[in-house]
Design a protein around this ligand. Structure first.
Ligand code: FAD
Length: 491
């Protein structure tokens, strides 16, 4: 079956759902829900997934885009979570999504306020994380050995690093996503290729589905409903114990940090095991994160970064920089809500990133976890529904294993040529949609034809991520709107 998702397929499959019956109805189109849909479909179950907005509309697009090997969980003594992370990182990097997850060197500079003892502790952590890599059988060719580097190499990789008192740095390697929303779309399309219906703009409430494009309601017939709504899970499974925590990032131009080619980590003063990091992304930008604060009261649909959170990130990172940052360096900001499982007191930063799966009266609730471990969460959930063995460990996502070098290869993997072919007869589609914006016309067209984008917001905010930089979104919006109106774009 085709992996393409688009408006035509959506309408057809929504009609089929109205009159048919499925084994599994997944609610929530984040990484967790899409992972469950893929796992269930790959074990031969009939599956429909409904998402009230767009794929990756919730937390899954606001992550730090790290595919963690578990280093930070080692620091909190959570060995099981650390090992699981290392294993899942290996699966993504070597088998299921090597086109979307790449090795990134991460550097902890040994600056004046990092004592020799702190430096040794960091290196001990890196060595232990490397043992997890080995146990997880991720080859050294994929994630090289951690090592101490000198001042010259530190300043070459991090040109903006503060020179005064710098004694070198500790360097280790971890997994880094091209983009989290693209991972979600790849999982959803792989599920669709195995027969799952993936239906966006469909809300689930009290057993009823509403098509938010037409207002039509239907009562789905499903053996099991899977609640994969993340931080919103208690709306479907009352009594769910969540302790949502907000995390904020800012987006800077790489030039404001001198063009780093490695991630940079700066300790938060007075807070053990907490860091602010700057991660270089393609297209000349750097993401700086991360806050971790409990979020009380009703959850916003789309959380926003507050000024004091932006200031905290800029000030903490500036401690490690030659030139301190200021507000004018910020190109954009974003915030997400972690769906953490409640149960412990203390800082949300210390809460376990474990997941839980609970099946009660035909309602399966999948909670907690993180992007890195979505596959294992899905496996644990679907294990409760069928005795057929899980096969997602060896199931490549669309686009895997890799594509040609260049922008399209990086984002679409082995589908890059197919994406480029959409420009046949319209060569302008292989150019940036407007000056100064990195996205090509074919990417928008592909988003509508194959990736389930239904409107300009889906393209700007989730297929291309242009909205992460305010100026890009503003410059590109008219061109994106125009393309959506263009009949040629419809599949
Ligand atoms: C700031 C931050 C940084 C992070 N960084 C990392 C990282 O670097 N690496 C990592 O591995 N993890 C990271 N995480 C964790 C990870 O992002 C989350 O654990 C994961 O994305 C949660 O995915 P989810 O699918 O469970 O939830 P979501 O992505 O929130 O998906 C839930 C979906 O359900 C939909 N929905 C809700 N109610 C309904 C309804 N009634 N009907 C239909 N649909 C509904 C929502 O619209 C939403 O799209 C980070 C989290 C945050 C907040």
């Amino acid at each position: 079956m085709s992996t393409w998702l688009n408006a035509t397929r959506r309408a057809r499959e929504l009609d089929a759902l109205a009159s048919g019956r499925v084994d599994v109805l997944v609610v929530g189109g984040g990484v967790t829900g899409c992972g469950v849909a893929l796992d269930a479909a790959s074990r031969g179950l009939s599956v429909a997934l409904v998402e009230k907005d767009d794929l990756a509309f919730g937390t899954s697009r606001w992550s730090s885009k790290m595919v963690h090997g578990g280093l930070r969980y080692l620091a909190t003594g959570d060995f099981a979570v650390a090992m699981e992370s290392a294993r899942e990182r290996g699966v993504l990097m070597t088998r299921t999504a090597p086109h979307l997850v790449r090795a990134l060197p991460m550097i902890v500079p040994h600056s004046a306020d990092v004592t020799a003892r702190d430096g040794l502790l960091v290196e001990a952590g890196h060595r232990t994380a490397d043992v997890l890599r080995l146990v997880a059988r991720t080859p050294r060719a994929v994630l090289p050995r951690p090592r101490r580097i000198g001042v010259a190499e530190t300043t070459r990789l991090l040109p903006g690093v503060r020179r005064e008192g710098l004694r070198g740095a500790s360097l280790n390697w971890d997994g880094h996503l091209e983009d989290d929303a693209r991972l979600v779309v790849a999982i959803a399309r792989t599920a669709a290729g195995l027969g799952a219906s993936v239906l966006t703009r469909v809300r689930y409430e009290d057993g009823v589905l509403t098509d938010l494009l037409t207002g039509r309601s239907l009562v789905p017939q499903a053996k099991t409903v899977v609640n994969a709504t993340g931080a919103w899970a208690d709306q479907i499974t009352p009594g769910t114990k969540l302790r949502p925590s907000k995390g904020v990032h800012v987006v800077l131009s790489a030039a404001s940090l001198g063009g780093p080619t490695a991630g940079m980590t700066v300790p938060v003063p007075g807070e053990p095991n907490r860091y602010v990091f700057a991660l270089p992304h393609p297209d000349g930008i750097v993401h700086v994160g991360l806050t971790d604060d409990p979020l009380d009261g009703p959850l916003p649909e789309v959380p926003r970064a507050e000024e004091h959170e932006i200031t905290f990130l800029l000030e903490t990172l500036s401690r490690g920089l030659e030139r301190p940052l200021d507000r004018s360096d910020v190109l954009g900001s974003f915030a997400g809500v972690r769906p953490l499982i409640a149960g412990e007191q203390g800082r949300t930063a210390d809460l376990s990133r474990r997941h839980s799966v609970v099946l009660e009266n035909g309602l399966l609730t999948v909670l907690g976890g993180k992007l890195t471990t979505y596959r294992k969460m899905a496996q644990d959930a679907v294990d409760l529904l069928t005795a057929v063995p899980c096969r997602t460990r060896d199931l490549p996502l669309v686009g895997a294993p890799t594509g040609p070098s260049g922008r399209l290869g990086r984002r679409y993997g082995c589908e890059a040529a197919e994406v480029a072919a959409l420009a046949a007869g319209r060569p302008e589609l292989l150019r940036p949609i407007v000056d100064g914006v990195p996205v090509l016309g074919v990417e928008l067209l592909w988003g509508l034809k194959a990736e389930g984008a239904l409107d300009a917001a889906d393209l700007l905010e989730r297929r291309t991520r242009l909205s992460l930089v305010d100026a890009w979104a503003e410059a590109a919006a008219p061109a994106v709107e125009a393309l959506v109106q263009d009949g040629y774009a419809q599949a």
